[in-house]
Design a protein around this ligand. Structure first.
Ligand SMILES: NC(=O)C1=CN([C@@H]2O[C@H](COP(=O)(O)OP(=O)(O)OC[C@H]3O[C@@H](n4cnc5c(N)ncnc54)[C@H](O)[C@@H]3O)[C@@H](O)[C@H]2O)[C@H](O)CC1
Ligand SMILES: [K+]
Length: 515
């Protein structure tokens, strides 16, 4: 599903109105009806329930007026409060205001005074709040008075349904610069806005319902900026079919180069994950002094010893052995637990230009390239890098806060500069392809911020590349499946006690859920 900015959404709405002749009033009516459906999901029978609708002066408020009218017709008690100067309501919103007035219904203006007392009074008998104050027209900072009212609404304990966007949320970034409606449900019209998908916006949005308000589908799907929300349907479309006559070679052979003394778990988690996401054959190559430990740890995953320094860390001489192991492999996954020993750094830098199979670089393989992202361009095959914000900061020579301030832009710029797919981990993992496509991942939970979680993700991405998925799709699907496995595991074990092994163990269930 495409993800848009406020301006891009407005342009789609304008085209629908001006070029296709769909009256804005029709779009607004459709929008309002969908909000009513969600209100009914929350309240059940709305008859005699009290719904308080807060409107602003723009078309978001217009949607709110449509919601009020339909709920009234359904037998609900509806209170309508305007946070703006009613006289400033214009266009389609004014038409709906006129209808509301002709139905001899009241509208409380909060224009004068601080409005807090009237809001508190009305909320005492309210069963549900509809936030139709600001939508894609919101810019900058919420006004002081509106901010105080929003804080009262958030503290009311009443369910809140936000119209299009929680008021106070920046549609394009998901950032908030002050009070913002903490919605239980957000009904987004046409396409999800970026701010509803990125943190903290996704948190403020609550349950996101993306609804069709009859903007022509050809318009909605047409090629605009290639920003997508990774959905189950998209991942299902990308996953390879499994013919009954298939054999393990059909699903690719992965070589994992990972591990060092005290970090054998990273190698085994990565190898196990690659198998569990469907790779046909997986070999984990580790420093030779650790080889017997790995043989004991792993069953379905094969192992191979690599030259090391005797202290359980690879030496640059391992390059030749890795190149020969790669001769009958389809994908290389390198980095988990390798350590940042100078010999390992030298090995990674000398090995990469000699790699001719698609590869996933994670953890210490990325740390080996600190400040030297350009080396990534020397790999003779598609590359996926999977940095967390700290590794990304080291790779780009910047600070974590700069990485986190604009994750999409940082990932997209790095992808283009290094000609690789960048999977930037974090709340809402972002996948950026060199040619501009960006996928935002909706799955996962804070319980996954646990040692080894990234090793599992690396194995999942490698498995999908081995099964023939194009690099950016393998990264987006891998992030989706990894996050879904984490959600399934957290549902059973909670977030606090969740460990990476639980995520790995839930991978098959996650791939089953995708179908
Ligand atoms: N365009 C259409 O045909 C449809 C739009 N839909 C809904 O309309 C809103 C977008 O409406 P818009 O009139 O552009 O603005 P808003 O209602 O979001 O904002 C109201 C108004 O608020 C003012 N404003 C902006 N920022 C601030 C601020 N920081 N403080 C105070 N006031 C502010 C500004 O003047 C705005 O005009 C969209 O989200 C949909 O809900 C229909 O759903 C579909 C048809
Ligand atoms: K809103």
């Amino acid at each position: 599903m495409r993800v848009v900015t406020a301006e891009e959404m407005k342009a789609l709405e304008r085209t629908a109105i001006e070029d296709y002749g769909i009256p804005g009033l029709v779009l607004m009516e459709n929008a309002g009806r969908h909000v009513v459906e969600v209100v009914k999901q929350v309240l059940g029978d709305v008859r005699d329930k009290t719904v308080t609708v807060f409107i602003g002066k723009g078309n978001n408020g217009g949607d709110g007026l449509v919601v009020a009218r339909h709920l009234l017709n359904m037998g609900a008690v509806v209170k309508l409060l305007a946070l703006a100067n009613i006289e400033e309501i214009s266009g389609d919103a004014a038409i709906n205001l006129e209808i509301w007035r002709k139905m001899e219904q009241k509208i409380y203006s909060l224009q004068h005074g601080d409005g807090i007392n009237i809001v508190r009074l009305i909320l005492m008998n309210t069963d549900l709040i509809v936030d139709a104050i600001y939508g894609t027209g919101f810019k900058g900072k919420i006004g002081e008075k509106a901010g105080r009212i929003i804080e009262v609404l958030n503290g009311s304990g009443k369910p809140i349904v936000a119209v299009d966007i929680p008021s106070g949320l920046e549609a394009d970034s998901g950032r908030v610069n002050g009070p913002c409606i903490q919605a239980d449900h957000t009904v987004a019209f046409g396409l999800p806005k970026l701010g509803l998908i990125l943190e903290p916006g996704a948190d403020y949005a609550g349950n996101l319902h993306v609804v069709d308000i009859s903007i022509p589908s050809g318009l909605v799907e047409k090629d605009g900026p290639q920003r997508y929300l990774t959905t189950r349907e998209l991942v299902k479309e990308w996953m390879p079919n499994r013919r009954s006559s298939a054999h393990k070679g059909d699903f690719g052979r992965v070589l994992v180069v990972a591990g060092s003394r005290g970090m054998t778990g990273a190698a085994s988690l990565c190898g196990e994950a690659a198998l569990r996401v469907g790779a046909g054959l997986v070999t984990v190559a580790v420093p030779e002094t650790l080889h017997s430990i790995m043989e004991a740890k792993l069953t379905e995953v094969m192992t191979a010893p690599l030259p090391d320094s005797g202290n359980g860390k690879l030496v640059r001489e391992a390059k030749q052995r890795i190149i020969s192991l790669l001769e009958d492999k389809d994908v290389l996954a390198i980095g988990p637990g390798l350590s940042t020993d100078p010999e390992v750094v030298a090995l990674v830098k000398e090995l990469l230009p000699a790699v001719h199979v698609p590869c996933v670089l994670d953890a210490d393989a990325l740390n080996a390239l600190a400040g030297d992202g350009e080396t990534l361009r020397k790999v003779q095959a598609p590359v996926v890098v999977t940095p967390h914000p700290g590794e990304m900061a080291r790779l780009t020579g910047t600070k974590i806060r700069e990485i986190q301030h604009d994750r999409l832009v940082v990932a997209a710029n790095a992808a283009a500069a290094w000609n690789v797919v960048v999977l930037l981990k974090g709340a809402r993992t972002v996948v950026a392809a060199p040619k501009g496509a960006v996928f935002i991942n909706p799955t996962g939970n804070p319980g996954m911020a646990t040692a080894g979680s990234g090793d599992v993700l690396t194995g999942a991405v490698a498995a999908l590349m081995a099964q023939g998925l194009e690099a950016s799709r393998a990264a987006a699907a891998g992030a989706y499946i990894h996050g879904l496995a984490g959600d399934l595991a957290a549902r059973r074990k909670g977030m606090i006690g969740l460990v990476a092994g639980d995520i790995a163990a839930a991978l098959p269930e996650a791939t089953m859920e995708i179908g």
